[in-house]
Design a binder for this molecule. Structure first.
Ligand code: ZN
Length: 220
């Protein structure tokens, strides 16, 4: 078995989960999506059983693991280093006052770690309120399915650390780094340690090695 990388920063451009006919029927049966259909009780008027909805959510997670692996889509850490299993994350929040319509939208679903999901992003609205056509939203952060991260975010080694910064003039890159605190000392040290497969801070003499590793494996 090839060894797992502890870190991978990626976008999902060109990838997408696919629903089966049965899954599409379940989603249709849960409509109208007005908030609350993702968890908790099923509307008494719905033709769908709670068990079917819950199995759909398990299937969604499996599909997401297939296209993005076990890496948080926002910070790049492997699940094993995030303290918990990854969460299903809605890029546009699914709450009643946000975008419940897009609860099962394929482009709106990713996997993220508990820190990115619960500490940083929470219900942050990165869209522009367009609730009919998902893609008509102008996203304020780098959208995993629509934007190539390399157009917005870059990495470089400095003093043994893997530094992250936004590509010049990229407001999405800047907003993403700020939202998830990706350039904080803590997150920078963790990223650097994971990339060097080492729990300690790496010496600056490793900059050249880091540069090679970054370009070949971890950032794509
Ligand atoms: Zn994360």
């Amino acid at each position: 078995m090839p060894s797992k990388k502890p870190y991978k920063f990626q976008d999902l451009v060109g990838k997408k989960i696919k629903y089966t006919t049965k899954e599409k029927r379940i989603i249709r049966g849960l409509k109208p999506l007005v908030g609350g259909e993702w968890e908790g009780k099923i509307k008494p008027t719905s033709s769908i059983q709670r068990k079917e909805r819950d199995e759909l959510k398990v299937a969604i997670k499996k599909k997401l693991y297939k296209i993005q692996g076990h890496y948080c889509i926002y910070c790049g850490c492997h699940e094993e280093h995030t303290g918990m299993t990854l969460h299903r994350e809605h890029v546009l929040p699914k709450g009643v006052v946000y975008y419940p319509e897009f609860m099962f939208e394929d482009y709106n679903l990713v996997l993220a770690c508990i820190t990115c999901n619960n500490v940083y992003k929470k219900t942050f609205d990165c869209g522009t309120g367009e609730k009919t056509n998902y893609k008509k939203n102008k996203f304020s952060i780098v959208h995993p399915y629509f934007h190539k991260f390399k157009d917005h975010i870059e990495f470089y080694p400095k003093n043994g650390n893997v530094i992250i910064r936004h590509v010049k003039y990229s407001r999405k890159g800047k907003a993403t780094i700020k939202l998830f605190d990706l350039d904080s000392p803590n997150r920078t040290e963790k990223r650097s340690a994971l990339i060097m497969k080492n729990e300690v801070k790496v010496p600056s003499s490793y900059d050249a090695i880091l540069k090679t590793i970054l370009s070949s494996k971890y950032v794509k």
